[in-house]
Ligand binder design. Structure first.
Ligand SMILES: [Zn+2]
Length: 232
């Protein structure tokens, strides 16, 4: 797993060149945002040891297998870790797809593995978990949320935006890396969520797939205008 530091708090952990999760420094501990593919726990734990702080919290953006794949392995290795997810992610993780939805989307959702780990907390948009705030960002999937670090205006956007193949609102397909857009549940909901996350004035964009983007706001704004023309 490749590890790169961005700014004062953020470590990007990348598998297979494309699959990101992030360790974020809090005062005396680390927060893990997403848990990458299955089989990533040893590398994530070794990265935490190198940084020199324990992982105390795991925050999830959405329950796709490349974002929660190593949750069970990590919870086993870290029995006291807090696992904080949205209500719908919690349902998907236990194999429950019965929550009602206002919208049926245009693409059927899939690729949610059943996990044995039980979240310690169900987060709601606006909740503060240490320095991180949960932000609603459905669209790629219905359960999707983002996490915003107010200390350095960093948006951990999961798959609500992508940077692989060019910065884009998820759903505005980039043909150099089309997969997440092609499995996106509802592109118009995604566009609405992109507007919500832009309102936070993010300065750094840490996405699930692709490079970390610095001075992100004007780049995201341009990507949003392009998506609005194509999808809106
Ligand atoms: Zn995804």
């Amino acid at each position: 797993m490749r590890i790169r530091k961005h700014g004062s708090y953020s470590y990007q952990l990348t598998r297979l060149g494309l699959m990101n999760c992030y360790l974020v420094e809090d005062e005396n501990s680390l927060i893990l945002v997403d848990a990458n593919l299955p089989g990533s726990a040893d590398s994530i734990l070794s990265a935490a040891r190198d940084i020199g702080k324990p992982i105390e919290k795991i925050l999830i953006t959405h329950a796709h297998s490349d974002h929660v794949g190593s949750v069970d392995e990590l919870v086993k290795a870290l029995p006291n870790v807090e696992l904080i997810v949205s209500e719908r992610s919690a349902a998907y993780m236990r194999g429950d797809f019965s929550l009602p939805a206002e919208d049926n989307g245009s693409v059927k959702e899939s690729n949610f593995p059943k996990l044995s780990s039980v979240p310690t907390q169900i987060g709601k948009p606006g909740d503060k978990i240490g320095p991180m705030m949960m932000v609603s960002s459905a669209g790629h999937t219905r359960d999707h949320v983002s996490w915003f670090d107010e200390r350095d205006q960093t948006l951990y956007c999961g798959d609500s935006w992508q940077s692989a193949g060019g910065v884009a609102v998820m759903g505005d397909t980039r043909w150099r890396f089309p997969l997440p857009a092609l499995v996106t549940w509802d592109k118009n909901v995604s566009l609405q969520s992109a507007a919500n996350t832009l309102d936070l004035n993010p300065q750094r964009l840490c996405s699930g797939h692709g490079k970390v983007v610095e001075n992100a706001y004007p780049i995201m704004q341009a990507a949003f205008e392009r998506a609005k023309r194509k999808l809106g």
